[in-house]
Design a protein around this ligand. Structure first.
Ligand SMILES: *Cc1c(COP(=O)(O)O)cnc(C)c1O
Length: 385
């Protein structure tokens, strides 16, 4: 390794790290990872293009942000000199009551992504298999590869949705975990209750099934959308994850949770960092669960915004996948990356999803009425229609 280090002639001691590469020292899983690409931050686009008036519809955040109750709780600052309650006693209790389960069935996460990772770290060894769908949420691949798992990526159905029967067929003796996003990001596609029950009945007990319901609150009013959280009391190998990042508008605070059998939760809690959810996140999340009005407003804004975007896209003749989430996956019918870049120059940040194997699609989060209008105008402009 020492030959890679270059002594800086002028300062003598300092080294130039440009030529260093530690990849060969990393675990094979980490060495082979492609990092997660977050949506472009507004501040970055400001720096790059010197634009002032920018809207971001790229990370499926709630355009209303946090509710009044969460903000009020945050203003009443806890003692930040102290560590947070590592057990998250109050928040877990609140979540347990909300779902009618026992607090021991709740695992708190630094975002629900944290819980997804706890599952692979607790159950998956190098060489074990993790099953998920093609075009599924990127964190499934990251969490699996980081622990050296073999990712078994099952082809999606003809509408980019999860093919649950094919996922059952992909299970082997080495399968430890299966991830199902319902609805899925970035496609917005969903599975019905009977499809999921068939999956649950079809997989063996040694497979931990994770049903990721990050967009539950947006989807719940659809008649064929199931609430998998009610199944955790009867299905022992099931983990259902939820988050405060989307409909509750708390993405910046990082808090989510898993629901599962208490013995499964106990294993996840063994490896959870003791203070993974900070004090502010805990009190804001608790307040958010006491604020059904904000949730309803958020759901309403999303419903209206969805109709507005659909009407606008229809009139432009642009196709999109039906979505139960707070975003639309739109089919540009041509490589979409250049359209993404043209939209950036209009001050509109959306999400290209080439890295999801969908180079012709863009994912657009539903914003406020003004933001949706601005996006539709910008899109019409860059398409020259
Ligand atoms: C946004 C999202 C999450 C939630 O991430 P957090 O870590 O809770 O912010 C989880 N799953 C899917 C499919 C998502 O799109």
């Amino acid at each position: 390794m020492s030959k890679d280090w270059i002594v800086n002639e002028e300062t003598g001691g300092r080294v130039d790290w440009i030529d260093c590469d530690f990849t060969h020292l990393a675990t094979p899983g980490v060495a082979g990872l492609t990092p997660y690409h977050p949506g472009k931050p507004v501040s970055e686009l400001k720096r790059e293009l010197g634009l002032d008036d920018i809207i971001k519809l790229a990370s499926n955040e709630n355009p209303l942000g946090p509710g009044e109750k969460a903000l009020a709780a945050l203003r009443d600052l806890p003692d930040l000199g102290r560590y947070p309650d590592g057990s998250g006693f109050a928040l877990r209790g609140k979540i347990a009551t909300h779902h009618g389960v026992r607090p021991e069935m709740v695992t708190l996460g630094n975002g629900s992504n944290d819980v997804l990772e706890l599952v692979t770290r607790a159950f998956v060894e190098p060489g074990d298999e993790v099953v998920y769908s093609d075009h599924a949420f990127a964190v499934y691949a990251l969490a699996s590869q980081a622990v050296g798992a073999k990712s078994v990526v099952v082809p999606a159905d003809e509408n980019y949705g999860h093919d649950l029967r094919a996922m059952v067929r992909a299970v082997t003796d080495r399968t430890k975990v299966m991830f199902v996003a319902n609805p899925n990001n970035p496609t917005g596609t969903w599975s019905t209750g009977s499809q999921l029950r068939e999956l649950i009945d079809g997989i063996p007990d040694h497979v931990i099934l994770v049903i990721d319901e990050a967009y539950f609150e947006y989807a719940e009013s659809a008649p064929d959308y199931p609430n998998a959280a009610v199944w955790v009391s009867e299905v022992a190998n099931l983990v259902v994850t939820r988050t405060f990042s989307k409909a509750h508008g708390l993405a910046g605070l990082r808090v989510g949770y898993g629901l599962s059998h208490p013995k499964l939760a106990e294993l996840l809690n063994r490896i959870r960092q003791p203070f993974n959810v900070n004090a502010l996140a805990q009190i804001a999340a608790e307040a958010a669960l006491n604020d059904p009005e904000h949730l309803q407003r958020s759901q309403w804004v999303n419903k209206e915004g969805m109709q507005q975007l659909i009407a606008g896209l229809d009139s432009l003749g642009i196709h999109y996948l039906p979505s139960l989430a707070n975003f639309l996956c739109i089919d540009m019918d041509q490589p979409a990356h250049s359209i993404y870049e043209m939209l950036l120059r209009e001050g509109v940040i959306v999400r290209p999803i080439d890295n999801y194997g969908m180079p012709n699609h863009l994912r657009v989060s539903i914003g406020t009425e003004e933001e949706n209008e601005r996006f539709l105008k910008a899109l019409a402009k860059v398409l020259g229609s």
